[in-house]
Design a protein around this ligand. Structure first.
Ligand code: FAD
Ligand code: 2HG
Ligand code: ZN
Length: 481
């Protein structure tokens, strides 16, 4: 079965009644109070169709004030809530576990301001990432983050998961690029931290608590974000390497020889390539088969001639030294996006292939692929271990693909994968978060003291525990009083 059962429903939480519905309709209007079964079905089920809740109510506030009224009421009534954005999360964090009220700020999708001189964009949290990318494109700017889910994910969801993605190697994480935000606490208090300053050391920088806390400390309603200018020359190369050590060496070469123009360094293994070619329409391998590893390198700079020369010299050198065995440089924007489609389509292809167990790990680059190989040996012919990810950020996406979910396979994977990661000082959550999937695994990557501090912060900000319960932190630590 695909059903993931976590834990027991917290009996302290109330259940929705008709007075609650009446109140929400009064403050939000009929249309923003969703009880329609089909719409609830979609919101109860995650992108992977792996986690399923049974919420009877989804609310769509249109302003910070409405979010505040909702939370104030839910807190007083002890009604649990789950903040949901584009529902593209991969750790079961965005869907209810039981009957939590779903709150989606997707109707809050206005751009508030854009300042060209500083590159600061201020917008509401429900803006879809791709819409922000298009808006900025017209202004001659780009978002500092990009990811395969851009067509659906919301900037509020990106901030709440501290999403990494395909450009982090160049522009850094949202902890650096988010200059300010507005969030609503469990009791309805609106925290205005929507600054636009690059530098501001006034006491504790509290906004960081909301970046990556997966909706467990508050609902993000507005964001101010630093955006880089769009540079004129972008090049994308799709390369083949015969062994993993060559991928590693190529990364170091790319960092030193491409330097400031390097804007992405992604890798996939031959199994990932097979999956996208097999399951996605119109996707083909631009290189003659078959190679063990593929690397996608993007450069972004401001001098077309210079950048191209630099990249070509790098490619020639890497070819001569044997680090790459084949490669192709995109000749136009369509070819460039077809290369990106291969990399960005892997998650979708894995979904089409059947059941999938996902692990999103930070590991030392040198050891990263050993895990994929060890996993493949453990699994034998029962399942396929696929390795790909953001090599430039030491972030491996280990995916185990099988025809259907199977507890004996799961027992081969866990806790082995977490223990292995912990032993190598890695992180069990590089960019997707802990969600429901890993709430009880936090100790593999955080000390007991750090977890205790997180629990204390959670209790301070959300004493009734109504915000995204059962997620992020071990439920057993939250319900203790
Ligand atoms: P949701 O999935 O709706 O929610 C995610 C979490 O954030 C939940 O815990 C939810 O409660 C919380 N949340 C959502 N909105 C708010 C809010 N306004 N306030 C408070 N909490 C909120 N992730 C990466 O890091 N890098 C990638 O490269 C990447 N690629 C992906 C590719 C595909 C095809 C898919 C399906 C997913 C990918 N992801 C990636 C995972 C996911 O898309 C991102 O984590 C994304 O940031 C989630 O945004 P969302 O709006 O869909 O949030
Ligand atoms: C990516 O980088 C996403 O493609 C998804 O983070 C990773 O599905 C995955 O494991
Ligand atoms: Zn990723």
């Amino acid at each position: 079965s695909s059903v993931v059962t976590a834990t027991q429903r917290n009996p302290l939480f109330s259940t929705i009644n008709s007075d609650d519905i009446r109140y929400f309709k009064e403050i939000l209007g009929e249309k923003s109070v969703i009880q329609d079964e089909e719409m609830l079905d979609a919101a109860n089920s995650d992108w992977m169709r792996k986690y399923k809740g049974s919420s009877k109510l989804k609310l769509q506030p249109r302003s910070t004030e409405e979010v505040s009224q909702i939370l104030k009421y839910c807190n007083a009534r002890c009604l649990a809530v789950v903040p949901q954005g584009g529902n593209t999360g991969l750790v079961g964090g965005s869907v209810p576990v039981f009957d939590e009220v779903i709150i989606n700020v997707g109707s809050m999708n206005n751009i508030i301001s854009f300042d060209k001189v500083s590159g600061t964009l201020v917008c509401e949290a429900g803006c879809i990432l791709e819409n922000l990318i298009s808006f900025l494109d017209n202004q001659g700017f780009i978002m500092p983050l990009d990811l395969g889910a851009k067509g659906s994910c919301q900037i509020g969801g990106n901030v709440s998961t501290n999403a990494g993605g395909l450009r982090l190697v160049r522009y850094g994480s949202l902890h650096g690029n988010v200059l300010g935000l507005e969030a609503v606490l469990a009791n309805g208090t609106v925290l205005d931290m929507l600054g636009t300053l690059r530098k501001d050391n006034t006491g504790y920088d509290v906004k960081h608590l909301f970046i990556g806390s997966e909706g467990s400390l508050g609902i993000v309603t507005k964001v101010s974000i630093l955006t880089p200018p769009k540079l004129s020359s972008v090049n994308v190369a799709f390369l083949a390497c015969e062994d993993y050590i060559s991928c590693q060496k190529l990364l170091l070469e790319a960092k030193t020889r491409l330097g400031e123009i390097l804007s992405a360094f992604e890798f996939l293994d031959t199994h990932a390539m097979d999956l996208v070619v097999r399951h996605l329409d119109a996707v083909r391998n631009p290189l003659p088969p078959s190679h063990n590893f593929y690397v996608l390198i993007e450069t972004t700079g401001s001098d077309e001639t210079n950048d191209k020369e630099k990249l070509e010299a790098f490619l020639l050198r890497s070819m001569e030294s044997g680090l790459i065995s084949d490669g192709v440089l995109a000749q136009d924007i369509n070819q460039a996006s077809s290369f990106w489609r291969i990399r960005e389509g892997i998650a979708e292809a894995l979904m089409k292939a059947g059941a999938v167990y996902k692990y999103d790990l930070s590991l030392p680059v040198e050891k990263m692929y050993n895990l994929v190989e060890e996993m493949q040996i453990r699994l034998g012919s029962a399942a396929k271990a696929v390795g790909y990810g953001h090599l430039g950020d030491s972030n491996l996406h280990l995916n185990i693909s099988t025809p259907q979910y199977d507890d004996t396979i799961l027992a081969e994977i866990e806790p082995f994968v977490y223990e292995w990661t912990s032993k190598h000082q890695g992180s069990i959550s590089a960019e997707h978060g802990l969600g429901l999937m890993k709430a009880n695994k936090i100790h593999y990557s955080r000390s007991p003291e750090a977890v205790q501090l997180m629990v204390a912060i959670k209790k301070l900000l959300d004493p009734n525990g109504i915000l995204n319960p059962y997620k992020v932190l071990p439920p057993s630590l939250i319900s203790q009083s």
